[in-house]
Design a binder for this molecule. Structure first.
Ligand code: AMP
Length: 284
């Protein structure tokens, strides 16, 4: 069903259509890159972008980027819900949705030149998912080139991704202001994610333990990094069916934590066949 909200959003599926729409742009352009299957977490980023762009243009990109999926990951079964996504984008204040095909983004196939995420790209998520952040940074650099935004909004939900994008923009002198937005959670504290729809009702209730573990880390932070980490691990051990990939406490920039400076606790775990990540700020 096409609603008034959908009608208010211009949809571009090619670079040419995007350029045509953006040629009319006036004021600031804010971009929210996504892979679709949008939920309230994405909507909060779009609303944030709407505020930051003021009377300018808010662009949401919807693109499931093959370059950031390794063989055996969920590229083929990743949920695709374009019609509902357009409605959500319209309701949250987007002006333009850019939903290109793989060929439109990578007309020559896998690109020869890609963005190297450096050392931070091979730890935490990067250690479990080799090549993931090269794929993410490369597509984000391409989206920045195509949309030429003044502002780009990313969620703290993917904290390492946010840190790496800020790093790329700074190290490669990209003229984009990167803004992080807080994680939106379901009732009970589970971080909203497009992958939550893979969870059975039983897995979904087990998955609440991730947020509980982050709470335990924060509550025990006065005891130091290892106390915070162990507190999270103890909580996670209550659900032996959840396989923990990592629990880490790092500085805000994901370097080594230092006493009394703000830090971040990060968790990745598998619930059945679904891999979930979450994180929260920690103060020692
Ligand atoms: P994705 O479509 O999963 O690639 O996510 C697109 C953007 O939405 C990324 O910047 C994510 O960090 C952000 N995001 C995903 N889930 C949430 C959430 N629960 N709260 C806030 N931002 C989110």
């Amino acid at each position: 069903m096409i609603t008034a909200d959908v009608e208010s959003v211009a949809v571009a599926t090619t670079r040419a259509e995007l350029s045509e729409i953006l040629a009319l742009r006036a004021g600031k352009v804010a971009l929210v890159p996504t892979m679709g299957a949008l939920h309230e977490g994405h909507a909060s980023l779009v609303r944030h972008a709407r505020e930051l762009a003021e009377a300018g243009t808010v662009v949401v990109s919807i693109f499931v980027n093959p370059l950031q999926f390794a063989a055996g990951e969920d590229l083929d079964r990743y949920p695709r819900t374009l019609e509902a996504d357009l409605e959500l984008c319209g309701a949250a204040g987007a002006d333009v949705v850019f939903a290109p095909s793989v060929d439109e983004v990578y007309p020559g196939g896998v690109p020869q030149v890609t963005v190297d995420p450096g050392l931070l790209g091979s730890v935490l998520e990067g250690e479990v998912r080799p090549g993931h952040f090269r794929g993410v940074l490369t597509v984000v650099a391409k989206l920045f080139g195509l949309v030429r935004p003044d502002i780009a909004v990313f969620g703290e939900k993917d904290y390492q991704q946010l840190v790496l994008i800020k790093r790329m923009v700074s190290d490669l002198c990209m003229p984009v202001h990167v803004v992080g937005a807080p994680t939106v959670r379901e009732e009970g504290g589970l971080a909203r994610s497009s992958r939550n729809r893979y969870l059975s009702p039983d897995e979904r209730s087990r998955a609440l333990i991730l947020n509980e573990a982050l709470g335990a880390a924060a509550a025990n932070a006065t005891g130091g990094v290892e106390a915070a980490r162990q507190a999270a691990l103890t909580v996670l051990a209550k659900e032996p069916q959840i396989i923990v990939d990592y629990v880490e406490v790092r500085a805000e920039d994901l370097g080594d934590p230092t006493p009394h400076a703000p830090a971040r606790a990060l968790i990745a775990a598998r619930v059945g066949t679904t891999r979930l990540i979450d994180n929260s700020p920690i103060v020692f």
